[in-house]
Design a protein around this ligand. Structure first.
Ligand code: DAH
Length: 339
C-alpha cells in the first residue's frame, strides 16, 4: 500500500503544477482527494492493514494528502497571480491618477447667505426657523394681510389641498418666533426658501431664498432700523455705499420702507438698486400675537419693533454681477467655478 501511495503521489505532483486553469486543477483534486478519489479509496483499505503496519501506513497516507493539498494550493496561487498580471497588462500603474476636477467651493448663494448671517450675528441677531409648509394664518392673517390681498390669490401662491400653503415669504418666521418667545427683547434672523407661482425668467424663480429679520423690545425706533440696515449693507457692499429708504407699503409694517443701494456695474454710471423691504412692526400684528398667546408680552401699547426682508438670490446677483437668476440653480461647473 505504501508503494501504491508513493506512485499516486509522484503522479499527482507531476500533474498538479501543469494544470492549466482552475477547472482542471479542481478536477485533479477530485481525482485524488475527492470522496471517491484514489487516495481516499486507498485510505479506506486501512482497516485491512495488519496492526503492526498501521502506524507507518497511516503516516504515509497523511504525508501524501498533505503533499497533494500543498501542491494544489501552490498552483491555485500561481494561477491567480497569472490572472492578476493579465488584468493589468499594458497598464502603467506608476502613472498619476486622473484629475476629476479637484475640490469644489461653496455655492455663491451659500457664500452670500453666510456673509449676511455672520454680519447680523455680530449685531446681536440669532438664527430662527419655521416650516416651509405654512398655515394661512402664519403667512398672511397674523401678518395683517387681509383675505382679498392679491398675494393670497391662487394664481400667486401654491396652496395644498388641506388649505395650507408653501410660504410666500420668510415673514411667517416672525410670527412663529413671537408665538413661542418667553421674554423680550427678541432679535432674530431667518434665512430660508420662499415659494411663488411666478413665471420663471432672468429675475424670477418659483423657489427662491429670503432673509428675514425682526427686532422687538420696548422703545425700538425707526432710527435703529436705519442704523442697523445701513451698517449691514455697507458691510456687504463696501464701507462707502450709499443707502436710501423710500416710503412703501407692506401690510405688516407701519411705516413701511424700501431700501435702495447705490452701486455701479463695471463701466456704467452708479444707479439705485432696490434691495430690501422693511418697516416698523404694525401694532395690528402685535395684537394678533397677543390674542393667539393669551398674554400681554407683545402688548402693542408697550412694545415696538422693526422688521426687514430681502432676497438672497438678488443679493448674490448684485454682488457678483450675475445677469440671470437661473445660473444659480443650473449647477453648471463653468459658472460655479468662478466663485
Ligand atoms: N415679506 C416681504 C416680501 O416678501 C419683504 C419684507 C418687507 C419683509 C418688509 C419684512 C418687512 O419683514 O418688514 O416682499
Amino acid at each position: 500500500m505504501i508503494a501504491e501511495l508513493d506512485a499516486l503521489q509522484t503522479e499527482a505532483l507531476a500533474a498538479i503544477p501543469t494544470a492549466s486553469d482552475e477547472t482542471s486543477l479542481e478536477a485533479l483534486r477530485v481525482q485524488y482527494l475527492g470522496k471517491k478519489g484514489s487516495v481516499t479509496l486507498l485510505g479506506a483499505g486501512m482497516k485491512d492493514v495488519p496492526p503492526d503496519q498501521k502506524k507507518a501506513v497511516g503516516a504515509k497516507l497523511n504525508e501524501v494528502r498533505t503533499a497533494m493539498t500543498d501542491a494544489i494550493v501552490a498552483r491555485q496561487l500561481q494561477l491567480q497571480a497569472e490572472k492578476d498580471a493579465k488584468a493589468i497588462e499594458g497598464i502603467d500603474v506608476t502613472l498619476p491618477g486622473r484629475n476629476y476636477g479637484g475640490v469644489g467651493t461653496l455655492h455663491p448663494l451659500t457664500q452670500v447667505r453666510d456673509l449676511a448671517i455672520r454680519t447680523l450675528r455680530r449685531m446681536g441677531f440669532i438664527l430662527a426657523d419655521g416650516p416651509e409648509i405654512e398655515t394661512e394664518w402664519h403667512c398672511f392673517d397674523a401678518l395683517n394681510t387681509p383675505p382679498e390681498h392679491p398675494a393670497r390669490n391662487e394664481k400667486d401662491t401654491f396652496y395644498l389641498h388641506d388649505g395650507r400653503l408653501l410660504r410666500t415669504h420668510t415673514s411667517s418666521v416672525q410670527i412663529r418666533t413671537m408665538e413661542i418667545a418667553k421674554t423680550l427683547p427678541i432679535r432674530i434672523i431667518a434665512p430660508g426658501a420662499a415659494y411663488r407661482r411666478d413665471e420663471i425668467d432672468a429675475t424670477h424663480l418659483s423657489v427662491f431664498n429670503q432673509l428675514e429679520g425682526l427686532y422687538v423690545a420696548e422703545n425700538v425706533s425707526l432710527a435703529e432700523l436705519k442704523g442697523t440696515l445701513v451698517a449691514f449693507f455697507r458691510e456687504i457692499f463696501g464701507a462707502g455705499t450709499a443707502v436710501r429708504f423710500r416710503p412703501h407699503f407692506f401690510p405688516f409694517t407701519e411705516p413701511s420702507l424700501e431700501i435702495d443701494v447705490k452701486l455701479e456695474a463695471k463701466g456704467k454710471d452708479a444707479r439705485w438698486i432696490e434691495i430690501a423691504g422693511c418697516g416698523m412692526v404694525d401694532p395690528a400684528v402685535f395684537s394678533e400675537i397677543c390674542a393667539k398667546r393669551g398674554d400681554k408680552l407683545f402688548d402693542p401699547e408697550k412694545v415696538t419693533g422693526f422688521a426687514f426682508g430681502m432676497g438672497l438670490e438678488r443679493l448674490a446677483m448684485i454682488l457678483h454681477g450675475i445677469s440671470d437668476i437661473r445660473h444659480l440653480i443650473e449647477n453648471d461647473v463653468r459658472f460655479l467655478s468662478q466663485f
